[in-house]
Design a protein around this ligand. Structure first.
Ligand code: ZN
Length: 280
């Protein structure tokens, strides 16, 4: 299934993408795509519904992030060997993890907002994993049974805030509208191999990133296992698994976003995002 949340920010309703391409409303079947509704058993019950009987959502509503109630937005740094190289860093001996404020989360086509004082706002297409049931001290073999689904994320990053302003990366990663997720939460049954997905990003139509999850260093089951040794992962938590090469910071000369730019990104089978870049 391709699950969505549609409507105005903060007032989204749950839905799914029907085989005919229409959005169908799921409000009668669950309050939101959060918490217990993300449990794999709950998703299996949704999949058994008569899809043709679900109400069609007419018009072209805004899509919100396809998951609600996210308590943690965990990112993996330097998780593609070739991206680590372009950043001038070594692949770390264990995953680098950092947190992005959940207030950065927005819909897949919501604008990228350049924060005040920014000169180095950058892009990162990433595969996101959305947790569906609590995970604590899980093995790699058990890990995927805790997944509700996958989505595209843009881990928008302000490089000066991230690396030139002291301390950890959080302040360069957490600005408002720095975390587009969607368009869909795609359930695992529709993703044959999450470690074999092409991924790309363009700015004003120019290809910037063109990679594959094949070159991910620490893969999804290991990341879930690893994170669950340090914290319980809860339904709705989002793990953004790192970006392939082609970020603006790694270019010579470096290139960063400016108001008026258009960013588009996608991952095979998980859909596409499109963002206008605006100044705050
Ligand atoms: Zn990232």
């Amino acid at each position: 299934m391709k699950l969505v949340r549609y409507g105005a920010p903060g007032a989204e309703k749950p839905g799914l993408i029907h085989a005919d391409g229409s959005i169908r409303d799921l409000s009668a079947h669950l309050p939101d795509l959060s918490g217990a509704a993300l449990h794999p058993d709950a998703l299996a019950r949704l999949a058994a519904l008569d899809m043709d009987a679900l109400r069609v959502v007419w018009g072209d509503p805004r899509l919100g992030p396809p998951v609600a109630g996210t308590g943690k937005f965990i990112c993996i740094g330097l998780n593609y060997a070739d991206h680590a190289a372009e950043s001038g860093m070594d692949v770390p001996p264990e995953p680098v993890i950092f947190m992005k404020a959940t207030s950065a989360i927005c819909g897949p086509h919501d604008p990228i907002v350049i924060p005040r004082g920014s000169e180095k706002t950058d892009w990162e297409v990433e595969l996101a994993v959305i947790i569906g049931k609590p995970a604590k001290y899980v093995t790699e073999a058990e890990a995927m049974s805790h997944v509700a689904g996958f989505a595209v994320t843009n881990d928008v990053s302000e490089r000066a805030f991230q690396t030139e302003r002291s301390g950890q990366w959080t302040k360069g990663k957490s600005c408002d509208n720095f975390g587009q997720i969607g368009p869909w939460l795609v359930t695992p049954d529709e993703v044959a191999d999450p470690q074999d997905l092409g991924m790309w990003l363009t700015v004003n139509g120019d290809k910037m990133q063109d990679g594959s999850t094949r070159t991910m260093v620490y893969q999804v089951p290991f990341l879930i296992h690893y994170l669950s040794q340090f914290m319980t992962l809860h339904p709705g938590d989002v793990i953004s698994t790192g970006t392939p090469p082609g970020v603006g910071m790694g270019m010579k000369p470096q290139r960063f976003l400016k108001a008026g730019d258009v960013v588009e990104l996608g991952i095979d089978g998980l859909g596409q995002q499109r963002q206008d870049v605006i100044a705050d």
